[in-house]
Design a protein around this ligand. Sequence first.
Ligand code: ACO
Length: 325
Amino acid sequence: MKKAIISGAGSYVPSTIMTNQDLEQLMDTSHEWIATRTGIHERRVIDSTENTSDLALKASLAALEDAGLQPMDIDLIIVATETPDHMFPPVATKLQSLLGCRTVGAFDVHSTCVGFISALQIAEQYIKIGKANHILVVGADALSKIVDYTDRSTAILFADGAGAFVVSGADQAESEGIIDSTIHSDGQFYEDLYVEGGSSRERDNSDYTIPKIKMNGNKIFKLAVNAMSNNVKELLVRNDVQYEEIDWLIPHQANQRIIDAVARNVEFPQQKVISNIKYFGNNSAATIPLAFTMARKEGKVKKGDRIVLTAFGGGLIWGSLLFQY
Ligand code: ACO
């Protein structure tokens, strides 16, 4: 049985910056409120002519280059997204064609901000059973397309971006690779964070509207802190790994106060927690690979480091993944 390693990583964010001051012009808010309550100072937003597949393509090309691979080397493509260009077909098939890959398998994963972790979990299984040797795993979202810019409690948080890993097969004896992961859900909170409009349910009710994110922010905040804290503990305990043996915690970038609370709960020192929310906001499935590649560029994350990824999102879904880079 093969082991799944991260052989390449890349990311991409659109060049347009939307600052808190820009938002002050659109709604009743202030830079001070947003920065204090969320840690976000600015976020990237996509051009109106671009779509999620454009973000995914640029991140994928960067990841392939990093892995030293060509598109023809890829055996499977998995894209995690909540904002596909179309309700169907998947972004992954468009990406397959844009990249010029062979007619390999390609599908999307729809599990909110946990999507990138879910996609890595699936990729790991394909590698383990020998069904693929190089898998492109992408987290890409253009949440600005479904943000309601009249709703100050959500519009300030969400953003656009993409990140990608190449997951490859390696010998079991390798020290690097995915070690373990978890996934949980609790659908009783289904309507505390969801997209209203643009769906089959609204269509049935003759109530079809443009999709908009709806969120019970305060409730989600508390659930997120508990879910991620307990989940990181669960993952480390069951692998008999001590916190001191982990080099970096890379949490989903939803709110700096959530990141700080999780770090406190799991007793991770601040300097071992990766955060870039100040500049990029919450771009859902893209936050984790984006934070990873930025931290690597800054010289923080290095080959051989032990890393815990953790995320939560609408559903609710939450999950974590432990790997050695
Ligand atoms: N500017 C100014 N005031 C605001 C703003 C704003 N942008 N937004 C809300 N307020 C006001 C509210 O109206 C409220 O006023 P009131 O007391 O007069 O009624 C006050 O601020 C406090 O509102 P709360 O909602 O209690 O503020 P809170 O401290 O909880 O912060 C926030 C709100 C930032 C949304 C926070 O709850 C949060 O980050 N929640 C988690 C959200 C999250 O992570 N979601 C993503 C999940 S990932 C995925 O799947 C996409």
